[in-house]
Write a protein that binds this ligand. Sequence first.
Ligand code: ATP
Length: 218
Amino acid sequence: MHRSTHDDLVILGGTFDPIHYGHLRAVEEVRQALGVTQVMLIPAGHPPHRQSPWADARHRLAMTRIAVAHHPQFTVSSWEVKREGPSYSVDTLTALRQQRPDAVLAMVIGMDAFLRFDTWHRWQHILDLTHLIVTGRPGWPAAELPEALRQALYQRRCEDVSTLRQTPAGRILFHTVTALEISATSIRSLLASHHSPRFLLPDEVLDYIDAEGLYHSP
Ligand code: ATP
């Protein structure tokens, strides 16, 4: 069966408060490993699992756009930011799937997020809409997973990217990426204590943060 691959998509959602090289490098490595052209970054509007982000959604959207402005393979979706109420990945993925019925969709999540994946709204259905690419280091402790997640892994785990590319959704792949111990929390702390986070995130994003006075303590 012939299928067009130009709709295939690697997806990364996050609060991006702010976006940094940990996010960008992880998703780029997954993109190359899967042989997919396009990446979509989706800043969350009102994250259901977290305390309110520190920067407004419009700033987080702007920073995400600035971070990839020179990289045409990357697009930024304003969908969750513009929607009222909580952002649920399942709703975003349902909409994306309607637009790209046959495409391979691969959503990237870090190991930290995967360990709590069974608390996500309609998480089982998410796995019918997209593949999940879990990024982390090798030798992670499968035994510590909640039982429901372990069962899902048993049914859906896939060991290599070529298998994953044969089906639009439904597989879970663990993929090792270059470990960059960067977090938005540490960048916010540096800024709050008047230290520079430069080289942890793109200069253009830092210029925006400075111009808008984000994350600085009063
Ligand atoms: P915070 O420190 O505010 O919790 P964060 O830096 O973890 O933020 P998020 O926006 O919450 O960033 O992360 C979005 C996604 O990116 C999550 O799936 C997370 O696991 C992943 N991620 C975050 N930081 C890294 C990193 N350094 N390397 C690889 N993946 C990352």
